[in-house]
Design a protein around this ligand. Structure first.
Ligand SMILES: [Zn+2]
Ligand SMILES: [Zn+2]
Length: 56
């Protein structure tokens, strides 16, 4: 599934945490990470670190 680009989505981020060190995420915007928690858009599943979730 293609992830909608941020331009077409008014992101609504929620913080999600990993319960395991196996599942980690990188920020889709600045590629920082891996993080054991990330902010994910409930609409397009775009994942961003905290600073990026604020400015995205
Ligand atoms: Zn979005
Ligand atoms: Zn970021």
């Amino acid at each position: 599934m293609a992830v909608a680009h941020s331009a077409s989505c008014s992101h609504e981020f929620v913080m999600i945490k990993s319960d395991t060190t196996i599942v980690l995420w990188n920020c889709n915007l600045c590629h920082s990470g891996p993080h054991w928690y990330i902010w994910e858009c409930t609409k397009c599943k775009f994942k961003a670190c905290r600073p990026c979730s604020v400015k995205a």
